[in-house]
Design a protein around this ligand. Structure first.
Ligand code: NOJ
Length: 499
């Protein structure tokens, strides 16, 4: 009995602490106007493999994620896959109802390459896939919701992988051909395009760490090739659009990068700069810096480490001459996925294996012990990092237009998700503070509209403003408390206090 009371009090105390911790810690002080600009766009985001299901229907080809989840189920925490997911392929109307209820002004979703080209190649064009996305786009527009379309969110056609995927420069032309198909079919109505979602986050786990498909383990080599080819495919797509489609379609094209911001306990500016160069700067510097090309810290370190390893040239591909010019300035906006930050210091011992990005980076990035953590081991609430990164982009990248294409919090799925509300409010405050301070940030997007397949975490981590009843045949979506809060933000264009 006493033992029970002891545990009950312990659990209660813990609950109170969590709420108080959020109230107190996942918070940011307001600076300047309390209102978002009239033209500011509020949205939510999803991705094809994570929500669509219908993995082999209507002519869709196999993607590397289909192959990976079917052949290596043990790589997912719950051995799950995206075969059915939230079944959005058949239930887009349920997603649309949620979007309308939220009153979002834009919806970011991705197109599945193997639904359009089942083998990855133009010769396999699949009209049913095109029809599906036409339906999605038309319904969004009929409801006043602007589509922000990601062309690639990890689900590469397996047939392209058989040729080496992103390690083969052929991907550049293959991607441009696929992008042209999208412009021709959807560009009359889609005015906001994202070429790639988070290249670092498919290149590193996919080509260095081997824990994402295609499970290549060639750190410091294949991940760099993958980044380089993604960057060039992005830039070639951008140039093609400007030359052939822009005059008629007048859309904008961006690249979505993920990055943390870095702080230093010793105020060491060089350490912070190294953190930014090896993360946001890897693909951000070539496009948005004054000088173009890969960031100096990466070029110098990787060249020097490569020579020490007995190589005759750098493992970091060259980005000079013609390509440097094609890439520089090749974007209308920077899509930023921001989730968390770290403190940084130069490493005191060799990091990672040799060679690898970690060894080249030579830095130790660690969380502050006072930060509140979410369900994933990597996710701490650090809203000041978002304000910092936006100001970094303003100062180092010439203040380009920035759309926050993802920001979100995952938990066990409580419908009364105060933790997520605190997180969203604090991060939107960061965006507002940055906008009030001259940053050209024009939109904010919550990840995610609905619970979905969270890659290796399967369905165990919930990011949705809406819960999805995964065990019911109808996969009902139901709003969490955070959905109501976000709608209130959108309606008032302010950040109401949390009740
Ligand atoms: C970023 C990725 O784009 C998305 O697919 C993923 O679900 C979220 N991060 C949360 O981890």
């Amino acid at each position: 009995m006493w033992l029970f009371a002891f545990f009950a009090i312990g659990i209660l105390a813990n609950t109170i602490n969590v709420t108080q911790a959020f109230d107190y810690k996942c918070n940011l002080t307001a600076k300047g106007s309390p209102k978002f600009p009239e033209s500011f766009s509020f949205g939510v985001s999803t991705a094809a493999y994570q929500i669509e299901g219908a993995w082999n229907e209507d002519g869709k080809g196999e993607s590397i994620w289909d192959h990976f989840t079917h052949n290596f189920p043990e790589m997912m925490d719950d051995r799950s896959n995206g075969d059915v997911a939230a079944d959005s392929y058949h239930r887009f109307d349920q997603d649309l109802a949620a979007l309308k209820e939220l009153k979002v002004t834009h919806y970011r979703f991705s197109i599945s390459w193997p639904r359009i080209y089942p083998t990855g190649d133009i010769s396999s064009k699949n009209q049913k896939g095109i029809d599906y996305y036409n339906g999605v786009i038309d319904k969004l527009l009929a409801n006043g919701i602007q589509p922000l379309v990601t062309m690639f969110h990890y689900d590469l056609p397996i047939e392209i992988q058989k040729l080496g995927g992103f390690a083969n420069p052929l991907i550049i032309n293959m991607f441009v051909t696929y992008a042209i198909e999208l412009f021709e079919n959807f560009g009359d109505r889609v005015k906001l395009w994202n070429t790639f979602n988070e290249p670092f986050d498919y290149c590193k786990p996919g080509y260095a760490d081997a824990n994402y498909p295609p499970q290549v383990h060639a750190p410091g080599v294949a991940d760099y090739l993958c980044m380089d080819h993604s960057l060039k495919a992005h830039a070639a797509t951008y140039r093609t659009y400007r030359a052939k489609f822009y005059e008629k379609q007048r859309g904008k094209i961006g690249l979505t990068l993920s990055s943390r911001f870095f702080f230093s306990h010793t105020n060491n500016a060089e350490d912070i700069s190294r953190g930014m160069q090896f993360n946001l700067g890897f693909l951000g510097h070539p496009i948005w810096s004054n000088t173009g090309g890969y960031p100096k810290a990466m070029v110098e370190t990787i060249q020097s480490n490569s020579l020490k390893e007995g190589r005759i040239s750098s493992r970091l591909p060259r980005l000079d001459g013609k390509w440097k010019e094609i890439v520089k300035g090749a974007a209308d906006f920077l899509g930023l996925n921001y989730y968390t930050s770290r403190y940084i210091r130069r490493a005191s011992k060799p990091m990672g294996e040799s060679p690898s990005w970690e060894r080249d980076y030579d830095s130790d990035a660690y969380p502050d012990e006072t930060w509140v953590r979410g369900k994933p081991e990597w996710l701490y609430c650090v809203p000041e990092g978002l304000e910092g990164i936006l100001k970094y982009i303003r100062d180092e990248f010439g203040n380009p237009e920035v759309i926050i294409t993802e920001n979100g919090w995952s938990d066990d799925g409580d419908p009364e998700d105060d933790d997520r509300i605190y997180f969203i409010k604090a991060h939107m405050q960061a965006v507002l503070n940055a906008a009030n301070d001259g940053c050209n940030v024009t939109g904010y997007t919550v990840w995610s509209l609905i619970d979905n397949f969270e890659w290796q975490k399967g369905y165990t981590h919930k990011f949705g403003l809406y819960a999805v009843n995964m065990t019911s045949p109808n996969k009902e979506r139901s709003p969490r408390k955070s959905a109501k809060y976000y709608r209130n933000v959108i309606e008032t264009k302010t950040l109401p206090s949390i009740v």
